[in-house]
Design a protein around this ligand. Sequence first.
Ligand SMILES: *[C@@H]1O[C@H](CO)[C@@H](O)[C@H](O)[C@H]1NC(C)=O
Length: 330
Amino acid sequence: MEKAEGRNQTIIMEFILLGFGDGPELQPLLFLLFLLIYVATMGGNLLIIELVVADLHLHTPMYFLLGNLSFLEICYTSAILPRLLASLLTGDRAVSVKGCIVQSYLFGIISAAECLLLTAMSYDRYVAICHPLRYSALMTSRVCGQLVVWSWIIAFLLCTIVYTFFFHLQFCDSKEIDHFFCDILPMIKVACVDTQTVQLVTFIISAIGTLVPFLLTLTSYICIISTILRIPSSTGRQKAFSTCSSHLTVVTIYYGTLIAVYVVPTANTPKVLHKILSVFYTVLNPMINPVIYCLRNKEVHQSLRKTILKVIAFRNRYRNQKIELKSITK
Ligand SMILES: *[C@@H]1O[C@H](CO)[C@@H](O)[C@H](O)[C@H]1NC(C)=O
């Protein structure tokens, strides 16, 4: 506060998000690329939700959680991509300070919820593999629903703590943010008041919010893998591993990119590299997850095949009816 008044700076109401540079020939290309990614992400995740809701074989805690993860991924990309697409299309990179704060707040809640939901999913796999006999008693649909609801509540509370500090920040002079969406750290960098408290709170909360889920997930997988290794038959081992391999892949990619974006960067990391990794973390992950589950999970695979066959059968019946109708009217 004092610093701002002392230097007599004007308070700004708008940021300029620099995005991916200003090569005019690059913008349409990027627009197309991100549009494709957005459509693929929405399509893939909606498909997973459709399969989980419609197919009775997939009415198990593991797939309910997967359906909820897909819903989260849809929220996740929708918090970032539409605005990026609009700015690539129109060339207008200005975004109001309030809008920017809201975007980063939503993004924060959704990423924290994703972290917690992935942890819930690894707990589900832990119970399934390490305590198979107690699985149906421990993972009831009520427990499953509670895990989902609490993921959202905790994510909301953690982010709200950070943002009660953040809403008081003021920004002046430096309007430019060198990123493609409003993330909290680049915004803190351009604030013109003392940001020490905010930085500390952000650091502590995000450390708790990611480290605790990470350690819980890691512990689950240590137990899972040691249990699997103790299975005597190799087919049994393979079978047990196949039920958690998709989730393990998703979790590894998630934490791998998370660490690359938020933990590794130092002053020497080139900005471009940081942006590319952010694209991976924010935009590509949600697109890849349904692909991993569709390719690697036999049950999702089968359900997908059944749905496609049903659609084809339905279309054939529809076509036959039309032909019949035509022959009648003639
Ligand atoms: C999310 O989880 C709840 C609770 O298990 C479940 O009832 C619901 O169907 C899930 N949603 C989706 C889209 O799978």
